[in-house]
Design a protein around this ligand. Structure first.
Ligand code: FE2
Ligand code: FE2
Length: 184
């Protein structure tokens, strides 16, 4: 497997780990526990700053290359590129909702729970679509020479949470992830 695909798979594993944290929070909210909005905001902010800003654009460049050279792949890959746009928009809106709650706006728990549930489902559906259909299609379609071209052209951006250095703004989230691993 190419280096880029290994990195994208790793990003997916890390994202699903965060989505599991959110899923656990959602279950607790439904059981009546008070939400940890700051932790939820940190996860959503990471997704905005890393997945939407770097992971999806990297995928888009690979998908564009595949569409240009192997037109049969176009319907599947254009659909998933479109999903990136919808996800970016929806994630930004959800981030704004949490920010407004932290600045004392009143939002009903039912509404918040529903938005969180929708957010988690949208993210999981996208990961599953890529892991289950899109990445296997790329592996089948793209040749060694395509991967060599892509590897020389595309740059992977450092992950500010799961990479070598944890960025200051994610130290709190990183700590709570390592604590929940230790408790598991
Ligand atoms: Fe994607
Ligand atoms: Fe992805």
């Amino acid at each position: 497997m190419s280096h880029i695909m290994s990195q994208l798979h790793l990003d997916h594993l890390n994202l699903s780990r965060l989505l599991n944290v959110l899923k656990d929070k959602l279950d607790r909210l439904k059981a009546g526990e008070r939400p940890d909005y700051q932790l939820i905001l940190d996860v959503v902010t990471y997704i905005v700053d890393y997945a939407d800003a770097h992971h999806h654009p990297l995928e888009d460049q690979i998908y564009d290359h595949a569409i240009a050279h192997y037109p049969d792949s176009q319907p599947v890959l254009e659909a998933v590129e479109q999903e990136h746009k919808v996800i970016r928009h929806d994630t930004h809106e959800f981030q704004q909702l949490i920010n407004s709650i932290l600045m004392d706006s009143i939002v009903s728990m039912d509404l918040f729970n529903q938005q969180l549930e929708d957010f988690i489902r949208q993210q999981y559906d996208h990961l599953n679509q890529e892991e289950g259909n899109v990445f296997p299609l790329l592996e089948k379609t793209l040749q060694n020479s395509d991967w060599q071209q892509l590897e020389s052209r595309l740059q992977h951006h450092d992950d500010p949470l799961f990479g070598e250095h944890v960025a200051q703004e994610y130290k709190r989230l990183y700590k709570s992830l390592t604590q929940s691993d230790a408790a598991a």
